[in-house]
Design a protein around this ligand. Structure first.
Ligand code: GLU
Length: 588
């Protein structure tokens, strides 16, 4: 996870590194640091806390080479000492990833007399490079990375050489090309407005970056050529505008996520239909919110295409020797396209002979390189760590993919989706979840319940509330309530029912009664008039616009997202940067 950025050129590196770290902060924010090279000396600044903590220390820095890091700790608590960069001799390094054999390497280096300052896995990299350094930084990095097991995106500077050396293996890294200046970063948004061209480094690449030139080598130090493409990140997309938080801004952009995903789908429809030819079984996989989208996509496939479909979290799928092969398609879903477990699940599926279809918001991500076909989620950059508009974009993309698999090329089901952006907008603008959020914020636990598609949204609602407000709870199938969770219900709990399926409404209302009988507080999100009529006055009813039954998750998602946001604000949490979390989970 974490974000890294490097700059070399004739501008002040401190300003550029700081600006890049601010844009990367969503990837990790427990500590941050930077190293700058000026007149043959390296200065390092690193602080526990958010990137802003660096600002006072950067004011005096004048340097034309710099590397920076915003951390999501994997090894070693967040602290000044454990923050990156890590240094050894004349070398400073920032690292994204996990060095799985760090303990072994650390013992080896300690036996050679090296003293370690931090508790991180990353510090071994600095000491290894220093150990191999004898006047050629590229060669030293190449030697050092041969010993690393795990994942890394690295940037290295050295007092004796006016350059940045970058290397990657299973963690993302891109080069940005400027005029008389060059950049390196974890992702394109960090370089928005800074350069027009970028190249994506591949696993095993080592890049030597000076202000005038970028040379890319493979692990054997042979020059390799990587495609140069336009930098698609637009700086204006990333502003907060008048919104207090990105989460609220991005809930407001849910309508666009559906509309643009629908438009973007045209470019891939034919290729996807061809990839689906002969498919008799589908596995959908993802992590967190993307897994919850997979649960909905699975139902779309079963309902439209009438073929078996399963959904599984990528971390489980990878390690269970899944039975795949010809006739099987794996839909791998990831907002960033860099989620380590999902990318590895996709690789495994590919090597087992399955067709791999990426469903992602980032069209130059690792997942897109593994996949046979990419179904774009056109949600635009999502900065808030908690996914909102990317989830609805994924649901829309999966709906379209399922229709394609079923050979449905137009007609009512397509038209239903075309109506959804306006309904999402209406929901985001009008829904008032603040009173319910106050109850959830005060609750001992908040449970989200539903059946079928509503159950999938219930899981997402519960995750969202936990992520941003830290209110504990569960998403649960409403029919299962009486088989366990009912024991937790009392007057200090809130149960939020999602009821949008007329044929299951009666059964859900039974569960509502069971909770009310035990003194629990109940709220119901519904777009069914008869449910509203029956429950009004008995429970809090939050009404959603009427829509096609299968697309109601797009509206109930907006409601649960807004509820989670309101609860976070009431509890004075930062919804954009929840504790302990980071976006783009590039570690396993
Ligand atoms: N494993 C490293 C650490 O804990 C890097 C983590 C990251 O990618 O932020 O410091």
């Amino acid at each position: 996870m974490c974000g890294i950025i490097g700059y070399i050129g004739n501008k002040n590196a401190a300003e550029i590194v700081y600006g890049g770290l601010k844009r990367l902060e969503y990837r990790g924010y427990d500590s941050a640091g930077a190293a700058f090279r000026a007149e043959g000396k390296i200065s390092v600044i690193k602080k526990e806390g958010k990137v802003e903590k660096l600002l006072p220390y950067l004011a005096g820095v004048r340097a034309t080479v710099g590397i920076g890091h915003t951390r999501w700790a994997t090894h070693g608590a967040p602290s000044d000492i454990n923050a990156h960069p890590h240094s050894s001799g004349c070398i400073s390094v920032v690292h994204n990833g996990i060095i799985e054999n760090y303990a072994e390497l650390k013992n080896l280096l300690i036996s050679e007399g090296v003293t370690f300052l931090s508790r991180t896995d990353s510090e071994v990299i600095a000491h290894l490079i220093n150990r191999f350094y004898s006047g050629d930084l590229v060669a030293a990095v190449a030697e050092a990375v041969k010993l690393l097991k795990g994942s890394y995106a690295l940037m290295v500077i050295c007092e004796r050489e006016n350059k940045i050396v970058a290397a990657r293996y299973k963690s993302p890294l891109i080069i940005g090309f400027g005029q008389g200046e060059n950049f390196c970063a974890s992702d394109e948004p960090a370089l928005a407005g800074k350069c027009e061209k970028i190249s994506v480094l591949e696993d095993g690449d080592i890049a030597e970056i000076t202000s005038d030139e970028v040379t890319i080598f493979n692990g054997e130090l042979q020059c390799v050529v990587r495609e140069v493409s336009p930098n698609l990140a637009v700086s204006s997309d990333l502003g907060l505008g008048d919104y207090p938080h990105y989460m609220l801004k991005e809930i407001g952009e849910v309508a666009g996520s559906v509309e643009y995903t629908l438009k973007a789908f045209g470019s891939v429809k034919v290729k996807l239909a061809a990839a689906f030819s002969g498919v008799t079984r589908v596995v959908l996989t993802g992590c967190g919110t993307a897994y919850h989208a997979a649960l909905i996509g699975r139902r779309y496939i079963e309902i439209f295409a009438k073929i078996p479909a399963e959904a599984e979290t990528a971390g489980e799928f990878r390690y269970k020797n899944p039975v795949l092969g010809e006739g099987c398609a794996v839909l791998a879903i990831s907002q960033s396209g860099e989620t380590a477990d999902t990318v590895e699940a996709a690789r495994l599926a590919k090597s087992s002979g399955a067709k791999v279809i990426a469903v992602t918001n980032c069209l130059r991500s690792e997942l897109t390189r593994v996949a046979d076909v990419v179904v774009p989620v056109a949600a635009g950059p999502e900065i808030c760590v908690a996914a909102t508009k990317s989830y609805t974009g994924q649901v829309a993309a999966l709906y379209l993919a399922a229709l394609t698999l079923a050979g449905v090329e137009g007609g009512g089901l397509w038209e239903e989706l075309e109506k959804m952006p306006a309904l999402c907008r209406e929901t985001a603008e009008n829904i008032d979840t603040s009173a319910l959020a106050r109850k959830c914020a005060r609750s001992r636990g908040t449970y989200f319940l539903g059946r079928d598609l509503d159950y999938a949204v219930a899981l997402e609602g519960s995750l969202k509330l936990k992520e941003v407000s830290y209110v504990p709870g569960e998403g649960y199938p409403a029919g299962e309530l009486k088989h366990g969770t009912l024991a937790l219900i009392d007057k200090r709990t809130v149960s939020v029912f999602i009821i949008t399926d007329g044929k299951l409404a009666g059964k859900c209302e039974n569960a509502v009664e069971q909770v009310l009988s035990r003194g629990g507080k109940v709220a119901v999100l519904t777009n069914l008039q008869d449910v509203k009529k029956r429950l009004k006055g008995l429970v809090t009813v939050i009404e959603l616009p009427a829509c096609g039954r299968l697309l109601s998750p797009l509206l109930s998602a907006v409601a649960v997202q807004k509820l989670a946001y309101d609860a976070a604000v009431i509890l004075s949490r930062d919804p954009d940067k929840p504790r302990n979390l980071a976006k783009s989970v590039t570690v396993e």
